[in-house]
Ligand binder design. Structure first.
Ligand SMILES: Nc1ncnc2c1ncn2[C@@H]1O[C@H](COP(=O)(O)OP(=O)(O)O)[C@@H](O)[C@H]1O
Ligand SMILES: [Mg+2]
Length: 326
């Protein structure tokens, strides 16, 4: 059964200057199944936060429907099943972490010893045990993010909705969040989280819905996410004459001069050895070999190109099949 179902959501805002309505979400639909981690991937301004605010009932869509375990989000019982981490959490700054989490627990109907035990264990889990008596006003962005995660899970919700849960965290913090989310998934929880960073998705998601300009452009599985995120290899060489670059272009995407070095982007991993061999045989010196991660924009550009190619194929009547793009 789907835990979260988002159907045909539309939302527009009136532009402050032109007063014209601008559609921010255009017929958005997706779902998350029980026990699944669904990523919501898209560049800044794509509409992720707006969608999430609609899901948790903070703003209303112009049209469309959200159901959580088959019920409307406006029902109290449904809300108690959700844990939510907002994009820019603002928590009562005068409260200590302990006071804050007790407050959140009580809001969800918890009390007494059970709440205290749960609070202690969540503070430990997010790595803030040393700071539990400190006021939130003294917390760094990363500590607020950790406190935010603890408040989102304090009542042991079945569905977690996290808006950019990795933002503001150092590598240790990122690992903590990743491990914690996987642990929750292991306990059967459903998790929906947004990010504008492709590599956040790969380590965690079962699937991802990719949003751009208010439209879901693609739903991808984990294997396709990996393919999308797979970087190219860049070889830097010295002493390789520009006039000879034609000789290796079957193996390369681009060859550029940068000062007295040549930057050679190799088309595929398995060509790296041939390129290096060729350079050495021709008296060049190999300075560096490095992996380059594609940015989300680069992935989108190749997605669009792949989409256009597919369209062309079908227009010319050639066999058009569903292929793994990028
Ligand atoms: N309250 C608002 N009034 C007008 N425009 C808004 C409002 N909230 C968001 N937007 C616009 O909606 C678009 C999507 O924003 P958002 O959902 O925050 O994107 P994301 O979270 O993917 O970065 C942006 O163009 C943003 O400027
Ligand atoms: Mg956002």
């Amino acid at each position: 059964m789907d835990i979260l179902n988002v159907e045909n959501i539309r939302k527009s805002y009136r532009n402050n200057i032109s007063f014209r309505k601008e559609e921010v979400l255009r017929d958005l639909s997706f779902f998350a199944g029980e026990g699944e981690i669904l990523g919501f991937l898209g560049p800044n301004g794509a509409g992720k936060t707006t969608t999430i605010k609609i899901i948790v009932g903070l703003i209303r869509p112009d049209s469309g429907k959200i159901t959580i375990l088959g019920n409307s989000v406006s029902e109290r019982q449904t809300r108690s099943m959700i844990g939510f981490l907002p994009e820019n959490p603002f928590f009562y700054p005068h409260l200590t972490l302990e006071e804050f989490l007790v407050f959140c627990g009580k809001m969800s109907g918890m009390k007494g010893k059970k709440l205290k035990v749960r609070m202690e264990s969540m503070i430990d889990r997010v790595g803030l045990a040393r700071h539990k008596k400190k006021r939130l006003s003294t917390f760094s962005k990363g500590m607020i993010q950790r406190a935010g995660l603890a408040q989102a899970v304090i009542h042991d919700p079945d569905l977690l909705i996290l808006d950019e849960p990795f933002s503001g965290l150092d590598p240790l913090g990122r690992k903590m969040v990743r491990d914690f989310l996987l642990e929750l998934k292991g306990r059967g929880k459903t998790i929906f989280f947004s990010s504008h960073i492709l590599s956040d998705m790969e380590a965690l998601c079962d699937r991802a819905s990719i949003i751009r300009e208010g439209v879901i452009i693609k739903n991808v599985g984990l294997d396709e996410l990996f393919i999308m995120g797979k970087g190219k290899v860049e070889v830097t060489a010295r002493g390789y004459p520009e006039s000879m670059t034609g000789e290796i272009n079957q193996f390369t995407d681009s060859v550029k001069r940068s000062g007295d070095e040549m930057l050679i982007v190799v088309k595929r991993q398995e060509y790296v050895r041939s390129v290096i061999q060729y350079l050495l045989n021709n008296g060049a010196e190999v300075m560096r070999v490095a992996g380059v991660q594609p940015s989300l924009e680069e992935v989108f550009v190749s997605e669009v190109a792949a989409g256009e190619n597919r369209n062309k194929k079908s227009i010319t009547g050639e066999l058009s099949r569903v292929e793994t793009s990028v």
